[in-house]
Design a protein around this ligand. Structure first.
Ligand SMILES: [Zn+2]
Length: 445
């Protein structure tokens, strides 16, 4: 295969400012040369604007996309929102989920997301009936990501109880495998693909009994697969865990060997000082999902304190009420400003690292998320031509992106050397809005 040459006007190579005139040579799906200050070859694909490594969306539930804008009229709480979410989960089939996920992942591609961590807990048919292929819904998600042109880590989620000492009810029956051993048995039937890897997830300490946690963690550790867990998103989860176990959810996960450098805790909103130190010392990544956390009135998690304690940061669109990693990145800093009444907690480069390299590492794709020789050729170009970014200057391009760019500014997306978005248009799905409209109408008329 011949080398494809890309010439980026500006590119972020991991430093505190962007480099100019960067030549990126790609052979197959890998980067084989990166050179700043280069002359522009006549045969190179021109990347106008700022080129970044592909963005990693660390936490997604693809089907929640159907609820965007529909859950606000009556106000409600996290728990009433969950009822709306269950209504969508109740009607999905492998076919309708494939269509919804393909359109949602295509929207992610257009936002510059080249890899998504899908926290997947909808496993079975109505009333928990098994499909002929017990992984039919997971396979639908793997196919959807492939057809949308992005990488996926299927974080197959163990979900066994409706709460501490409560059985599954209603739609929740579709989530359950009985026990963690049966979960492991089913998940072991899934295989990695070129664009997809299999990881594990513990839904939460609400949904996996304490004596089952080690089975899930052990499955992931044996395979060196990523392990994700929702952690302390709502105070009610902490209260229930303290009442049942006399320990916070973080302490329970630490005691059961769930935390560590291969683990990502999602949200980590309501923590004690001791929890923060346990997470940081273990090297557990923290995935913040600020647009969802504010949508659901969760609260503001202690991201800076967690990072200072030793936890890497990643970012997720979670409920997909918003799909825009620039918005997630700036929200981490801006929320911290609101909570502390001070500015300057996170640099633009550090937030971009969360959105790229550290996000990919938490999804088991350590060879992506960096513009360097040997890395996967996944990168995105943000145009500087919109009203949002007009006036941006080279010395502060990274700050312009983090604090002013939006998903619509992404014009070019390359995944594994293949152009997935070109001139702001998805190259295979075409009209993504139309695909979303049709897929959502099929599940929520
Ligand atoms: Zn979630």
């Amino acid at each position: 295969m011949p080398v494809t040459r890309f010439f980026a006007e500006h590119a972020w190579l991991g430093q505190v400012t962007a480099a100019a005139d960067v030549l990126i040579d790609v052979d197959g799906e890998r980067i084989v040369e990166v050179r700043a200050g280069a002359d522009r070859p006549a045969d190179a694909v021109h990347l106008a604007g700022v080129t970044l490594p592909g963005l990693a969306n660390g936490h997604s539930h693809a089907f929640h996309r159907a609820l965007r804008g529909r859950t606000h009229r009556a106000g409600g709480t996290f728990w009433t929102w969950r009822e709306d979410m269950y209504a969508v989960a109740a009607v999905l089939t492998p076919d309708s989920y494939y269509a919804l996920a393909r359109a949602t992942y295509a929207e992610m591609a257009m936002a510059g997301i080249t890899c998504v961590g899908e926290f997947h807990y909808l496993h079975h048919g109505p009333d928990g009936a098994r499909y002929a292929d017990p992984n039919a819904l997971g396979e639908a998600l793997i196919a959807a990501a492939g057809d949308a042109g992005i990488r996926l880590t299927l974080l197959d989620t163990c979900y066994l109880t409706g709460g501490v000492d409560q059985g599954l009810q209603g739609t929740q029956l579709r989530f359950g495998d009985g026990d963690a051993a049966a979960w492991a048995d089913r998940v072991s039937g899934l295989q990695d693909r070129e664009h997809a890897r299999i990881g594990a997830a513990i839904h939460s300490v609400r949904a996996v009994p304490a004596d089952q946690l080690r089975t899930v963690a052990g499955w992931a550790q044996d395979r060196r697969a990523p392990l994700h867990v929702h952690l302390s998103e709502q105070r009610a989860e902490n209260d229930a865990c303290l009442a049942a176990h006399g320990r916070t959810p973080t302490r329970l996960l630490a005691d059961e060997d769930v935390l560590g450098p291969g683990t990502t805790a999602v949200h980590a909103t309501h923590l004690t000082r001791f929890d923060i130190d346990l997470l940081g010392a273990s090297g557990t990544t923290i995935c913040m999902c600020p647009t969802t956390e504010r949508d659901l009135a969760d609260g503001i998690g202690p991201a800076r304190a967690l990072a200072d304690a030793g936890s890497p940061l990643s970012l997720g669109s979670d409920s997909n009420a918003v799909i825009d990693l620039f918005e997630e990145a700036r929200a981490v800093e801006l929320d911290e400003r609101l909570a502390s009444e001070r500015r300057g907690h996170w640099s633009a480069a550090t937030l971009l690292r969360a959105a790229t390299g550290d996000g990919h590492a938490s999804l088991g794709w350590a060879e992506a998320g960096r513009l360097e020789v040997g890395a996967l050729a996944d990168f995105v170009t943000v145009s500087l031509g919109s009203v949002r970014l007009a006036g941006a200057r080279p010395a502060t391009l990274l700050e312009s992106l983090v604090f002013a760019a939006g998903a619509p500014d992404v014009q070019e997306v390359v995944v594994g050397g293949r152009q997935v978005v070109s001139g702001g248009r998805h190259t295979t799905v075409g009209d993504v809005a139309e695909a979303l409209d049709a897929a959502i109408a099929a599940v929520l008329p």
